[in-house]
Design a protein around this ligand. Structure first.
Ligand SMILES: *[C@@H]1O[C@H](CO)[C@@H](O)[C@H](O)[C@H]1NC(C)=O
Ligand SMILES: *[C@@H]1O[C@H](CO)[C@@H](O)[C@H](O)[C@H]1NC(C)=O
Ligand SMILES: *[C@@H]1O[C@H](CO)[C@@H](O)[C@H](O)[C@H]1NC(C)=O
Length: 429
């Protein structure tokens, strides 16, 4: 436990070298929910964060670590992969030659990957590709216009901060007075984050100013865990988390339930106060990690993998006898599914699986999933909610509004993007 406590900090590049190489095996058991300090963090082409720790990599917001060399083999070839110092994705539409390249920094070398392939000629010396930038970096983050005045990369080493102009290659040393030394940094959802230990601060990339109450616990925002630290405030954490929701619904009384991992948020009709609870506590049979939830006639239909659980809404919610049942038996479609919703007092459940939507008439017997049609706007969705305001389709940290299921299916261009944490849960940071 002592070793863990020393070693666990949050960054995609592992900061600490293990004194004993035998201990490298400990990486296989890395648990990001223990509050790891990552070595480096970068967002991939699809916007999915990659967190590097030692010779391992965590993809996305949950799941186990995998070996980094499985995704980026050459990081090993040229250099025994102890850890990655820093990483970032170049995301500048104005620099087509580097757009969407992911750069890794290991000691004195830089590796450039495009579509998971190492580019010809790499690895190169950092001094050759980014003249004026020191070796043995701590962190790096891309900063495109207009967040920075010019398309730039911000490099961190100890207290030193450098703005590197991608076009002119000019380097400007900066002093980010109010910021701790970053061990990793990334640009996510229009914000810039500096990680230090298992904490993080959101900063202004031009000035390094930190506004608001930081540092905050990195796990609370960027990890999906079954347990969080004792001082984590569950309501604050769940409403502000950047981890995607698993499911969301509102019952016939207008109470909203939003599920993520082992937890859910509830907002009662006519009351803006959010409550958080564990799924285990309120929906014991389901335990955790639901895929989709819809509500129909005072019941919550909760789908997890191949099974469906049905709860009568109440205090407490009661699980119906005879459930869980196979999704196939109850809805006439194979599980797992991604999202499901029923609008208002209707009897049609709309089921989304991948980029296909099906309808199930809840009054028919047996239930059959029919009216199969493709949704062209999304390859997949995380959750969907229908209430008197229409449909909210949730994908990652954003949701999109549609007036009807027909318009969701017929849509050919994405409507305005809204933020889940801000506009559904009122988290303003
Ligand atoms: C990745 O690294 C591990 C541990 O160092 C090694 O056993 C494995 O062969 C490597 N895999 C690849 C694909 O290079
Ligand atoms: C930050 O980095 C500087 C070196 O630039 C070092 O002297 C200082 O101790 C570091 N601060 C912390 C809190 O690690
Ligand atoms: C709103 O919900 C909170 C949390 O359950 C509760 O404490 C409060 O009394 C409710 N307020 C109203 C006006 O019902």
């Amino acid at each position: 436990m002592r070793l863990l406590a020393h070693v666990l900090c949050f960054c995609l590049a592992l900061v600490l070298a293990w004194a004993d190489p035998q201990e490298a095996h400990a990486h296989a058991d890395l648990d990001r929910c223990q509050g790891l300090e990552m070595d480096a963090v970068a967002v991939n082409e699809e916007g999915i964060p990659y967190f590097f720790k030692g010779d391992h990599l965590f993809k996305g917001f949950h799941g186990k670590a995998e070996l980094s060399n499985e995704s980026f083999a050459e990081l090993d070839d040229h250099h025994h992969l102890g850890h990655v110092d820093a990483a970032f994705r170049m995301h500048y539409e104005d620099s087509p030659s580097d757009h969407d390249h992911i750069f890794f920094f290991l000691d004195t070398k830089v590796f450039s990957y495009y579509q998971h392939k190492l580019e010809d000629g790499y690895p190169k010396d950092i001094s050759e590709v980014f003249p004026g930038i020191p070796d043995h970096l701590d962190a790096a983050v891309g900063c495109p216009k207009p967040e920075c005045d010019e398309d730039s990369v911000i490099f961190f080493k100890g207290h030193d901060v450098y703005h590197y102009n991608v076009r002119t290659k000019a380097v400007e040393a900066k002093e980010f007075k109010s910021m701790p030394n970053c061990t990793s940094a990334f640009h996510f959802m229009e914000h810039f984050y500096c990680f230090h230990g298992h904490m993080f601060s959101k900063f202004d990339p031009k000035t390094g100013e930190v506004h608001g109450k930081y540092p905050k616990e990195a796990r609370d925002y960027f990890m999906r865990c079954s347990k969080f630290s004792d001082d984590s405030d569950p309501v604050e954490r769940e409403r502000c988390s950047r981890v995607h929701l698993d499911a969301i619904t509102s019952d016939s009384a207008g109470n909203m339930y939003a599920f993520r991992g082992h937890h859910f948020l509830r907002k009662d009709e006519g009351n803006d106060t959010l409550q958080a609870d564990t799924i285990e506590h309120a929906f014991k049979e389901l335990h955790s990690e639901v895929d989709a939830v819809f509500s129909y006639q005072d019941h919550l239909y909760m789908i997890k993998d191949e099974h469906i659980f049905v709860y009568k809404v109440g205090e407490p919610h009661t699980h119906l006898d005879g459930y869980p049942k196979p999704v196939k038996e109850e809805l006439g479609i194979e599980g797992p599914i991604d999202a499901a919703f029923i609008c208002n007092d209707e009897h049609t459940a709309h089921i989304i699986k991948g980029h296909t939507m099906y309808d199930v008439d809840m009054k028919a017997s047996p239930h059959v999933a029919g009216n199969e049609r493709p949704i062209s706007l999304f390859k997949s969705v995380d959750a969907a909610l229908c209430n008197s305001e229409g449909i909210k389709v949730i994908k990652g940290n954003h949701f999109y509004h549609f007036a009807s299921p027909m318009l969701l299916v017929a849509g050919r261009s994405l409507p305005e993007q809204h933020k889940v944490s801000l506009e559904i849960f009122g988290c303003d940071h």
